[in-house]
Design a protein around this ligand. Structure first.
Ligand code: IMP
Ligand code: MG
Length: 193
């Protein structure tokens, strides 16, 4: 069971975090998602492809909860622009170690926001001829969607607010927080959205 989260350990002056999803709730949901994925592919070796760095914790838990053969790999992308915005321009900064041709691939992403990142990745991966190509996201913010993309497995649908924790960062901080919370700024500090 994940420990209770004390926000004071993570926030900097001028920042406030309101917990949206507790660590325990996230773990429960990831277990359910893992079971659903295995049910859809009872006999296949599942190849999880995590998008760095946000998906690292989600992938680690998902991989441990899916019974049977699982392998994984990571890819990294960068989207140009401000740290709390997705600008729409996506670029591969680290490719996979091995081929996905003929494999049952689950793309694992922290959050589906505008959809630009995932629509770019799905286009790239589709060209590599996997046997199956599915998408698992921990969080979905449907209000901000620009690209026509949907996840096959979604942990939680959340409102249009800037969230941190469980892999998600603000200026590279908060990734190690075991819960997910809404970040706000109490002073004149930069706004998240
Ligand atoms: P998309 O391309 O707009 O769907 O953006 C997805 C990426 O934007 C995620 O992988 C995150 O890195 C980042 N992102 C989107 N929303 C948030 C948020 O609320 N908090 C932290 N990062 C976010
Ligand atoms: Mg990300």
């Amino acid at each position: 069971m994940a420990p209770k989260t004390s926000m004071a350990r993570f926030t900097h002056p001028g920042e406030k975090v309101r917990i949206l999803l507790s660590g325990a709730r996230i773990q429960r949901r990831i277990r359910q998602m893992a079971a659903a994925i295995r049910k859809d592919f009872p006999k296949e070796r599942l190849h999880l492809v995590g998008v760095l760095k946000g998906a690292a914790f989600f992938l680690a838990d998902l991989a441990r909860y899916i019974p049977g053969d699982v392998s994984f790999d990571f890819i990294a992308v960068s989207s140009y622009g401000k740290d709390t915005h997705s600008s729409g321009q996506v670029r591969l900064t680290r490719d996979l170690d091995s081929s996905i041709e003929g494999r049952a691939v689950i793309v694992v992403e922290d959050i589906l926001d505008t959809g630009m990142t995932l629509s770019y990745l799905l286009k790239v991966f589709q060209q590599r001829k996997p046997k199956h190509l599915r998408v698992a996201v921990l969080l979905d913010k449907p209000e901000r969607r620009v690209a026509a993309v949907r996840a096959d497995y979604t942990g939680f649908t959340i409102p249009n607010e800037f969230v941190v924790g469980f892999g998600l960062d603000y200026a590279e901080r908060y990734r190690n927080m075991p819960a997910v919370g809404v970040l706000s700024f109490t002073s004149s500090k930069k706004k998240a959205h």
